[in-house]
Ligand binder design. Sequence first.
Ligand SMILES: Nc1ncnc2c1ncn2[C@@H]1O[C@H](COP(=O)(O)OP(=O)(O)OP(=O)(O)O)[C@@H](O)[C@H]1O
Length: 271
Amino acid sequence: MNPVVTIKDLDKQYGNHKVLNRLNLQIYQGEIFGILGMNGAGKTTLLECMEGLRDYDSGIIEIQGTIGIQLQSASLPSYIKGKEAVSLIAGWRKIGKDNEILREMGICELEEKIYHEMSTGQKRRLHLALALIGNPDLIFLDEPAAGLDVEGQILLHQQIRQLKQRGKTILLASHDMREVEDLCDRIMVLYQGNVLFCGTVEELSRKTGACYQIQITTAEGIKKYEAKDIEGSVLKILEDCKKRQLKIQDMQISRGSLEQHFMELMKGEEK
Ligand SMILES: Nc1ncnc2c1ncn2[C@@H]1O[C@H](COP(=O)(O)OP(=O)(O)OP(=O)(O)O)[C@@H](O)[C@H]1O
């Protein structure tokens, strides 16, 4: 797999406050990569260093291909129309006009709409459309679904998945664990400027030693078990139910949520 982003020994401090500490990272083409961390962990600083918006003290950041950045809400003039925002960003990026992007994103109705009259969801979708002007290879999204209703989130997540299917690489910083768990192929957890973890959610669950949660529903009610392995534990539960002549109506096995694994990882650090 080709790395689209390679970061070596990245250091950044504000005054005496070290925010990124010899950070190393590789992000590969076509993956949705999530950056997680508590408030102040250094996520925005890292994103801005990668986007070229912030200087860093030492280290190397190599990016292959073109990038698209989702702007923050406050960054557009309040009386700009959707189509004017597209022309503005297309102009900055020196690619002429990109009249198609609002149609492709299914938001033609925003062409004539004034920015400050748009709903939060419409603004978010406009920002995603603006990030896609010029067909970039790597797309930076910072809290993309913040403030969206359920329908808006589902739509946005579908669009993010479609971008992945088109071979785009997506870098997403979010506090929404469900969003990160649903969308991301790999995640990185930042803690005080250090990479505490980098890998899949499954790998994180193994690192934190999470147990499987097995939930059985019978006519008697719901019973929950915790188990280190699936096969042996499920067999035992089935035998037990058979002995007690209980008919199983439903069985669910999970290894806990990303939120649980994240909190477990943080607990380990704060001890
Ligand atoms: N321009 C700045 N000058 C001085 N300190 C800064 C500056 N920007 C950020 N910081 C500090 O650097 C640390 C990391 O900030 P950063 O915004 O990168 O964290 P974050 O993980 O994105 O946080 P959040 O989840 O709250 O957005 C924080 O302690 C913050 O106060």
